[in-house]
Every structure is written in C-alpha cells, then in structure tokens.
Design a protein around this ligand. Structure first.
Ligand code: HEC
Ligand code: HEC
Length: 459
C-alpha cells in the first residue's frame, strides 16, 4: 500500500524540474543569484545526481509544496524505488537562519537557560546546509549514490559542468573531495539566496509586518492569542515567534530539542497506511539527539538513561498547513491530529498508544482523529511506545502536555503529567481556532477583493 502510493508520488514529480526552477525565482525582489547559487539551482533539480538517475532534491523537497514532500506519506521511497526512509521530509523554507548545533546553545528568547539547540536535520547532525547536502546524496535510502566520486562524475559529465568550473575554479574536478564539497556550497548558496526558500509572503507576514494590509479573521486571531497563551497552550514557548539571532522573526521555533513522545509509526496502529519499515524491528528506536543517526550522544546501552534520548528539534511551523505528515516519524496526518495529540497525550493516552490486548471490557469508539480507534477499558496502555522505558524520563511535560506553569522551561520541576481521565486543557473550539491560526503561516497568500463572510476560519 505505502509502496504504491510512494511510487505514484515519485512518478507525479516528473517534469517539475527546470520549469519550476525558473518560476521559483520570478520574484521581482529577487536579486541575481551568484554563480554558485545558479549551480546550486541546477543541481537541486538534477535527477542525474541520484544512483537511479530518477530523483533530485526536489523530488522530496518540491517547491510547489513549500520545498516539502508532494504527498502525505510518512516516509518517502528512495532512488532505488524499493526502500523507504526513516523520517518525514521537512520543508526547506526558513532554514537559512538555523544556528550551528551546540550542546549549550543560548535560547533566542533571552530568558530560557541554555540547552541543546540548532543544527540541520531533526537531530542537528549536519552543521551547515552545505554539509547537509552530502547526507541525502550518499544515503542508500535516499539518492543512493555509491560514492562521492559517482556524484562528482555526474556533475562533470552534465550540462552545467562549465558553470561549475566558472564558479569553483577550472581545476575543481581534479580533486573529488573538493568538487563534492563545492556542490554542497552551491546548494547552500541557492537555499540562502533564492527568495523562494524564504518568501515571507504569508497572511501572517501581512498581518504582523503590516506591509500591504491583510488582517486576521476573528477565528485566526483567537488562534494566535491561544498560540501565545502560557497557561493554556504555551505553543510559542517552543515555537518561538520573536526575533532570532539573525533578526528574522516569526519562524515559530527556538531551535531547541524536546521529547514529545510521538507514537511509534509501526504496524501496531490499526490500518496504518504507511508504517516506517525500520520499525518492524522491535529493537530499533529513532531517538533523535541520542542516535542512531547522530552518534556523539549515544547511551552506552539502550537500558542506560541518557538525557538526549527522544529529543527532536522544534520545527519551523511556517507552511505547516501544506504538510500531510507530521512529527519526525510522520505518524500524524493532520493538524487537528497534532493539536489533539498535545491536548490528550496524557489525559487519554489510549487514543494514541496501543493498549494491552489482554485487558477486559468492551472496545469503545473514540474520536476519528485518534490513532487507536478502539481501546479496552482497564487495559494497560503502552505509553511513549517509541522510546525504550529507560529513556522515557525525558518526555516533555510542559504545558499543554503537562500541568504547571507554561512558558517558562526553568519551572519544569513544578510540572507533572496530566492525570489519565482528567479533562484536556483545550476545548474543541480552541483546537479549531489554533488550526486556523496555523493556516495563516502558509506562503503565497493573495488577499481577496471580497473576503468570505462565512465558512471555516472566518468567525
Ligand atoms: C528521498 C527524499 C529526500 C531527498 C531526495 C532529499 N531529502 Fe532532504 N530531507 C529528507 C528527509 C527525510 C529529511 C529529514 C532527515 C532527518 O531529520 O534526519 C531531510 C532534511 C533536509 C534538510 C534539513 C532541514 C532542517 O530543517 O534541518 C535539508 C537542508 C535538506 N534535506 C536538503 C536536501 C537537499 C539539498 C537534497 C538534495 C541534495 C535533499 N535534501 C534530498 C528527504 C530527502
Ligand atoms: C515543549 C516544546 C513544545 C511545545 C510547548 C509545543 N511544541 Fe509543537 N513541536 C515541538 C517539537 C519538538 C516538535 C517535533 C516533534 C517530533 O518531530 O517528534 C513539534 C512539532 C509540532 C508540529 C508538527 C510540525 C511538522 O512539520 O511535523 C506542529 C504542527 C506543532 N508542533 C504545533 C504546536 C502547537 C499548535 C502547540 C501548542 C498547542 C505546540 N506545538 C507546542 C515542541 C513543542
């Protein structure tokens, strides 16, 4: 099932290369791209840079989808068209101001104490966007090149070899490592210079910076207030909207790492259309900062508690409404699900995590957004099932996930999980309003001459 959807998706990307590249820079504010960025643009859409000559960066990071995936599946198939990846594909928009990873990074809010922050990938293991580019190119589950040499040969025999030499030196191809690194530099230049990677053209931008007008509807405005509320949602405690280190604001992340305990995306979820194949191994856990893909904070054994385990980077929320798979493992498939997860992870864990099948009682029908459509009252719920028990002490209990003071991570000691069966903190109306607010973060907003007076997200 997952396989056929993914294959269709791959096929659907055909023909989206050069034409899209051209339109993505049709922005009157776009300064001319440097030579390096021009190389980067050609490389970003170049399918010859994959082992099967069938996949470019844009196959997974499609400009028509905010440089995110063009489908809703959890994890994408790689160039070999058989093996799926291990994490959901993020959008590449607004990544250019990500600071380098630091175990002791300052928080942009200027108040919260230092903690791990920054870096590229959900575990920050790539220091720069230039270094990051090597990872998909050489990953057997992604672009599946066997060596740097294979990638460099593809560039050297391709249409932009001349431009590449112009940008990086006539002798650049003499040294494989140098040429491979230059390719990363070129792609980073594209991601930095091309305004289509950071267009600031959402309704939120019009509203906050009041450039051309464009105000929020009452529903969106209520959602915004909630997003910032420390007592109810505390969303902006992590999805920080203030100015970043480089002065850009409204990215909705403080670049820190948190452990939310996303449900395991495996076959235990009834009718799961696209479990992560790696999760078929019960001993495999993707634990973010503590590995297995990042290797410098690994626990000595899986049973040894380690404060980095389960931590994933707080993602940029811009364009989040254009996505169809959420969290690092793509286990959730709608924004309603995400907000409901925050709301009921601890009050109703049986909605999200599998229950012990030996329990007694009648299965109950649960709201349509839950991952576990039935549960057995009295049965033990296997909470936080995507982390080994030794690492579950790292799970975040900040508001809205737990009780206590919101918005101040230094008060974590005063917080505790919400008791099972206790009332969730958000009402259905508040959830709907938050989702409306997240919708205004999508780029490409065109104010309409006659705004709608009824419908979703209006009143
Ligand atoms: C097969 C799908 C696929 C292809 C092809 C692909 N990526 Fe990715 N990309 C991903 C996934 C999955 C992640 C998240 C990986 C992780 O967190 O470990 C990612 C993450 C990234 C990130 C980090 C974003 C962040 O928020 O930290 C950047 C930058 C990126 N990719 C750029 C590229 C470039 C450049 C190329 C082409 C050279 C490329 N990708 C090709 C799937 C893909
Ligand atoms: C304690 C910090 C924290 C708080 C508070 C928080 N988030 Fe998050 N959020 C995260 C982290 C970390 C992730 C990524 C989790 C993962 O990948 O497993 C995330 C992921 C998300 C995503 C999925 C994005 C994607 O592209 O997959 C959405 C949407 C989101 N959060 C919205 C919210 C909203 C709305 C609130 C308030 C109700 C909120 N968050 C509160 C830390 C937080």
């Amino acid at each position: 099932m997952a396989l056929s959807i993914a294959l269709l998706a791959l096929a659907g990307c055909e023909g989206k290369s050069a034409a899209t590249a051209a339109t993505s820079t049709a922005n009157p504010r776009q300064p001319a791209l440097s030579l390096g960025a021009q190389v980067g643009q050609l490389a970003f859409f170049d399918k010859n840079l994959s082992g099967g000559r069938n996949m470019s960066c844009a196959s997974c990071h499609d400009p028509q989808y905010a440089y995110g995936p063009p489908n809703s599946i959890s994890v994408q198939l790689g160039s070999d068209t058989r093996q799926a990846g291990v994490r959901a594909v993020p959008s590449l928009r607004y990544r250019e101001s990500t600071p380098a990873f630091d175990d002791d990074a300052p928080n942009p809010d200027g108040v919260t104490s230092n903690s791990p922050g920054g870096g590229f990938m959900a575990d920050g293991r790539a220091a720069t966007m230039a270094a990051q580019a090597a990872l998909p190119l050489l990953n057997p589950l992604e672009m599946n090149n066997t060596s740097k040499d294979a990638v460099v040969k593809a560039v050297q025999s391709g249409a932009y070899a001349g431009l590449f030499k112009q940008a990086f030196g006539a002798d650049v191809f003499d040294n494989t490592d140098k040429a491979f690194d230059a390719l990363g530099t070129a792609i980073q230049a594209l991601e930095t210079e091309d305004l289509s990677f950071h267009p600031y053209s959402s309704k939120y931008d019009l509203y906050v910076f009041n450039k051309i007008g464009g105000t929020l509807t009452p529903a969106e405005r209520r959602g915004e207030v909630l997003f910032h509320s420390t007592g109810v949602t505390n969303c902006s405690g992590c999805h920080y909207t203030g100015a970043n280190f480089n002065g850009n604001s409204g990215l909705m992340t403080d670049f820190t790492y948190q452990a939310l305990g996303a449900p395991r995306n495996d076959r235990s979820i009834p009718n799961n259309p696209d479990p992560i194949p790696a999760n078929d191994d019960p001993k495999y856990f993707d634990m973010g900062l503590c590995g297995p893909y990042r290797t410098d904070h690994m626990p000595s054994t899986p049973q040894t508690a380690n404060p980095y385990c389960g931590m994933f980077k707080v993602p940029v929320l811009r364009n989040v409404a254009t996505r169809g798979a959420f969290f690092h493992n793509g286990v959730l498939h709608s924004l309603e699900q995400v907000v409901n997860f925050y709301n009921t992870r601890d009050t109703n864990p049986e909605y999200w995590y599998p229950a012990d099948k030996d329990g007694t009682g009648t299965p109950q029908a649960n709201p349509a957004w839950a991952l576990q459509p039935t549960h057995v009252p009295g049965a033990t719920v296997n909470k936080y099932n995507d982390l080994p028990p030794a690492q579950q002490g790292n799970i975040d209990e900040e508001v809205p996930l737990g009780t206590g003071e919101g918005g101040d991570k230094t008060l974590a000691s005063g917080t505790q999980p919400r008791a099972p069966g206790s009332p969730p903190v958000m009402t259905p109306q508040q959830i709907a309003d938050l989702v409306c607010f997240l919708g205004v973060l999508s780029d490409g907003y065109q104010p309409s001459a006659k705004p709608p007076t009824s419908g979703k997200c209006v009143n």
